[in-house]
Design a protein around this ligand. Sequence first.
Ligand code: GLU
Length: 475
Amino acid sequence: MIRTRYAPSPTGFMHIGNLRTALFEYLIAKKGRGVFVLRIEDTDSERFVEGATDAIFETMELTGLKFDEGPGIGGDYGPYVQSERKADYLPHAKNLVSSGKAYYCFCDKERLDGLADERGLKKYDRFCQQLSADEIEKRLASGAPYVIRQLIPDGKTTFHDEVFGDITIDNREMEDQILIKSDGMPTYNFANVIDDHAMKISHVVRGSEYLTSTPKYKLLYEALGWDVPVFVHLPLLQNAAGQKISKRNGDASIPQLLEEGFLPQAIVNYAALLGWSPPDNREIFTLAELESIFEPKNISKSPSAFDVNKLRWVNGEQIKTLPPEVFYEMALPYLKQSVKKAGADYAVLAKITQSRVTVVKDCAELVDFIDELPDYDIELYTHKKMKTNPEIAAQALKLVIAEFAGLADWNHDALFATVTKIAEANELKNGQVLWPIRTALSGKPTTPCGATEICELLGKDETLKRLEIGLAKVS
Ligand code: GLU
């Protein structure tokens, strides 16, 4: 049975790297018809951030990463909040002490600091491992503060990682790490092993920064007589400055990205591409599609970098796939801010902007010329490809005004037929007539729809008024 877990610490809001970890855990579980667990690792009270746990729940919900077991849902192996599991850790540590795989350490901070400073030792010197059983008993009975340390055996440790392969490390490089702190609480390094075993986690997925700690975890599983889970370490994720993505480096959190207008499904889609290569060149997926095509063997070792422009592109592609009525609802507040004129057809405005925005709110500036013609330079009438310039524009606009003024049917087909007629009769190309119209009506180099569609949007009076203004400019 495949069981994965996402184990965030509520020390800040989730960023794209955290979301990627959660997503890959989710996908590995779904792929194997397994169970996806959420575990809140809240034992570091000093770094606890108010509201962060709720934000994690919200982000999971919004992105569709539904967990099968976790806080608020339950399951057979809970509680799933570490602070509620406090009592579970010490007995395991004491068992390790009894079997000689761990020991009590009474060294105070001063001694430990001295160790590192004077003798240049970074590692604990095992002073307390030499204490006699009587001495230990005496100190414990006197209530002396203690920690419990893992006794790293001699030799080498090899573990297998699904992404990074076999990794061997000389045990001399490892310190006798603390398992239980002097306040009786477990360190993260101990708690993750106890919890992953207690929750029957089969695949442990996490960032590659944990690769160096994994030999210690493997030794702990072995010392406790437990099966070692499958390890899947995800490649390093860097920000634009080349640093590791982290809350501490000020990288955008998921709530911030949502605030900036990125859609949850785009963020998920983008996160999937960070260190995982889809089987073909396709890059746009729904979560359901990812569930069926995701293969952990396609996770790469090489670091990947968060690229906001790529995210924008993915967002734009995801917007294109939205049902028009959904985009309309999202775009409406922005369109209303931008176009206030009576009778504006917001459904049409939504339709013409949907495929042209990378974030929904950008639809506003695409249509802002409708209410008010911006001031523009007559050089805008010059377009090499269309073979037009202010002089040709003057000729075209004059003809267009004359013909349009008499038009009874004010719709795109009639308008376009008129433009074609004018072009043919005057040995002009369609573009040499359409470009000047578009420029005169919008004052912008790019518009979300063509010249005759803009005529329809503006209505006859406003169109003729703007064409006259344009003509006056180029005459
Ligand atoms: N609580 C750890 C973190 O947020 C989890 C690491 C792990 O997945 O074991 O980094």
